[in-house]
Design a binder for this molecule. Structure first.
Ligand code: ARG
Length: 500
């Protein structure tokens, strides 16, 4: 009889349990007789787990994932970091499962902050500083201008004027805005690279300024636009149609809002990229925003809005660096590296290496990611440098440590295939293998609810198994399990392994 590998393992487990536990052998009054093709069980498989028949029913197609989406000149907060790594996980997962994935960053690159920046740059800005450290300098200028505008009416007026010039596409204003934007994107690209994250498209709110006005006209012609008592343009979302719940899409001065631009952006993306599904990744405070967005799109007759999804996540408390509150993503990454370097220098087991900084960076970032991915996305959690960087326990450090150890044993010992076969029928290795073969189920679960916790907890569990295998089996013996596990870990969480 030919069984799928996953079933063999299940049967083998029954067999082993029945065989090893005298006391419960009487409960097995049925004899299962089968042969295990051990060779097949441990054979290498490049697309390990991904070719499982479990995935046959999954819909494939084009998936647009929008994530990260920071706001130019404003603070990059923990929510943006979460969106970046969670969105990247979802994009990698979808891609692994055979979807055509479009990775999009939707920058907050429009709005009054540019009025303020544009108006204030002449006074507080410096081209040299802008080139050297763009994110920091733009933020400094932004903070200074805001302070000034608090008590200086002229500054406020100048900001309004600058933004109006932008909205009217006046070339001088536009070219300054463009410079701010380009410089910011360059800088971000650099930092995303450290996280193993990339985007196919850098879009942004600015792209949909004009289209947003068209959306308002469409809403009007469809009879969906109402005028509120305050003179704003609203869409009635109440089931009874009594305006008890409305969404504002137009200010009384005729300018559009965040949601109006999102409506335009969604329609534009559908027309350009023909996605089969679109996923937005932001913190849970925007749940209502996306609920309203999908609702209005459906009301406008865009039935594909049913295939748009918001993946919300909880808040992170206390993300601080030694110098205080986090303003820039780079600071968090630098701090992770510095703390890891320190821990490595303190640890007696740290080996001599040439690329200490690079190792500290990779391990530190893994720690950051694993801390974030362990629990359900919707839960809030408290950021804790010490806990997340522990070498023991369920951390990214432990995961990378196991991975490194596996790589070393595989490389150092070459082919121990035969030995593995002889050991297979008993001991820890079989349990490690059993677990390994539930990889497709784990991926399937993640594909269903888009939660990274299934995969991360699976890997952490495997690492514990491997640790006991290393303890209990002769060192040489773990080779094949090791090879599979090593590949798995590399394929799954290691942020430096992105497939383009
Ligand atoms: N820039 C926004 C913010 O920082 C997030 C954008 C989310 N995406 C969207 N399509 N609205 O809050």
């Amino acid at each position: 009889m030919l069984f799928h590998r996953r079933w063999w393992v299940t049967y083998l487990l029954i067999y082993l349990l029945a065989d090893q536990s005298e006391s419960c052998s009487h409960t097995f009054n049925m004899m299962i007789n089968f042969k295990v093709n051990r060779k097949l069980l441990v054979q290498e498989d490049v697309k390990f787990g991904l070719t499982s028949e479990l995935f046959n029913t999954l819909k494939r197609g084009t998936t647009l994932v929008e994530y990260s989406s920071p706001n130019i000149a404003k603070k990059f907060h923990a929510g943006h970091l979460r969106s970046t790594i969670i969105g990247n996980f979802i994009a990698n997962l979808k891609q692994s499962l055979g979807n055509n994935v479009i990775r999009m960053n939707y920058l907050g690159d429009w709005g009054m902050q540019f009025g303020l920046l544009g108006a204030g740059f002449g006074q507080f800005g410096c081209q040299e500083k802008l080139k050297q450290n763009p994110l920091q300098h733009l933020f400094e200028v932004y903070v200074q201008v805001n302070k000034e505008a608090e008590h200086n009416e002229d500054m406020k007026q100048a900001a309004r004027d600058f933004f109006r010039q932008l909205e009217q596409h006046e070339s001088e204003a536009v070219s300054l805005w463009q410079q701010f934007r380009e410089i910011t994107v360059d800088e971000y690209q650099h930092i995303y690279k450290r996280l193993g994250v990339h985007f196919d498209i850098y879009s942004g709110e600015s792209f949909h300024q004009d289209q947003a006005q068209e959306v308002v006209q469409q809403l009007q012609s469809q009879g969906l636009l109402k005028t509120s008592e305050k003179g704003t343009g609203v869409v009635d979302l109440s089931p009874a149609g009594d305006m008890s719940s409305v969404c504002t899409v137009l200010r009384s001065d005729g300018t559009t809002l965040y949601i109006t631009r999102d409506l335009a952006a969604a329609i534009d993306r559908k027309a350009k990229y023909h996605f089969d599904e679109m996923i937005y990744v932001t913190d849970k405070s925007q749940e209502n925003h996306f609920h309203q967005l999908f609702h209005i799109l459906l009301a406008m007759g865009h039935s594909w809005a049913d295939r748009c999804k918001h993946v919300p996540f909880g808040l992170v408390r206390g993300m601080k660096t030694r110098s205080g509150e986090v303003v820039f993503l780079e600071d968090v990454l630098d701090e992770a590296r510095a703390r890891m370097l320190h821990n490595m220098s303190q640890s007696k087991t740290t080996k001599e290496m040439d690329n200490t900084e690079d190792t500290a960076e990779k391990v530190g970032i893994s720690a950051l990611i694993v801390q974030d991915f362990k629990g359900p996305l919707l839960s809030d959690y408290t950021f804790d440098w010490d806990r997340m960087l522990q070498a023991q326990g369920d951390t990214g450090v432990f995961l990378q440590y196991t991975h490194a150890r596996l790589c070393r044993s595989v490389l150092a010992q070459g082919d121990l295939f035969k030995w593995m076969l002889s050991q297979l029928a008993g001991g820890v290795s079989i349990f490690a293998l059993c677990d390994l073969y539930s990889y497709d189920e784990v991926l399937y679960q993640s594909a269903q609810d888009l939660q990274p916790k299934h995969l991360v907890n699976f890997l952490l569990k495997l690492c514990h198994l491997i640790a006991s295998a290393h303890r209990e089996l002769p060192v040489k013996g773990s080779s094949q399990v090791v090879a599979q596990v090593g590949r798995l870990i590399v394929q799954s969480v290691n942020p430096y392994h992105t497939r383009h």
